[in-house]
Design a protein around this ligand. Sequence first.
Ligand code: NAD
Ligand code: MG
Length: 383
Amino acid sequence: MRTIAILGATGSIGTQALDIVRRHPDRFCADCLTAGRSAEKLFELVREFRPKVAALAVEPEVIPEDVRFCQWFFGPDSTVQALLAAKSMDALCAIVGIAGLDAVWHALDVCQRVLLANKEALVTGGELVMRKAAEKGIPMLPVDSEHSAIFQCLQARQGNPVRRLLLTCSGGALRDWSKRDIYNATVRDVLAHPTWNMGGKITVDCATRVNKGLEIIEAHHLFGMPAEKIEVVIHPQSVVHSMVEFEDGAVLAQLGRPDMRGPIGYAMGFPERVPYGATPLDFAALGHLDFAAPDNDRFPALPMAVEALKAGGSAPVILNGANEAAVGAFLRGQIPFGRIPEILRDALDALPPSPIRSIADVYEADGKARAFADAKLGIRNEE
Ligand code: NAD
Ligand code: MG
């Protein structure tokens, strides 16, 4: 039986992880559940899963009688407090954005393994986080589907060097749109992802292709590969989840249905596989799998992420911070979709990269990027 803290339990990844717990009560116990603002949803999950510890990043108006049996933490530091109190064996880090970095950092102090969905934690704090994980001997098990696929392919590596990592990309909701239509895409257009059903922020990131850029940076940190050896290939069906090429030209791929319970379950059960009720892939029904090169003219944010990775220091933090600010503004209806890559360009040009020596340096660079983006977009931040 493995105990697991599910950080971001009410989200897309969190609820799918809990579905796996629900199917395998003999293997997993979710003894710590945390969420940001969704109090009602978290109370519901606490009633069902009966964790030891729970946390909400805001103060709820009322705490229902029937959820008071567990130890509660409230407020901005509540996730970390809950994590430290629960001391679960594993932590599934599924908070969205840099808001999840602290949780990843502290999970490395108390847990045996970190199951990482929160890619922004690696994009912003990647070097520090990976160094701490290595020093402490804590495995970082990827949950992002592409990275899980690569991790699975690497199980067959047998010490051989890797020539390239090939990240597949569905193309997002606007894959076949013209440049002009992309600029004016609405929130509704963008949230209609063709193959994956995910949280709002990552779905917008898929449409801009910022997500794939963040994933290149994530792969760089997880697998120690330079940017030059990580490539993106558009694959609309989202069946090939990613690939690894070796020096003899052999390419290993991992395939499966586009269902996040696959990679979530693989991380939770590693090295054992965890069934979750997926129907087998029907290759005859699929008929064909398509691949294409990414179009960086219509989707300029992807090469910007590579540029930020190569620039190093705080550049990826600046890209991420400006993106989080811009995505928030787009989802609130304050800016057109096309402003998102423009603001990333402006932020990278205006804010020179500085060295990142500590988590405090990460937050400082993030703050600057957000302030820059908000000012440029004419947004007054009341939070
Ligand atoms: P989501 O928005 O559906 O859920 C986010 C969760 O984090 C919620 O439980 C929310 O309450 C919590 N949260 C948000 N802000 C918080 C804060 N300040 N403090 C504490 N908790 C907070 O997001 P998601 O789609 O589940 O994505 C989670 C992470 O996993 C992201 O980093 C995303 O990039 C990554 N990821 C998601 C998918 C997917 O299929 N959804 C796939 C790959 C990677
Ligand atoms: Mg992914």
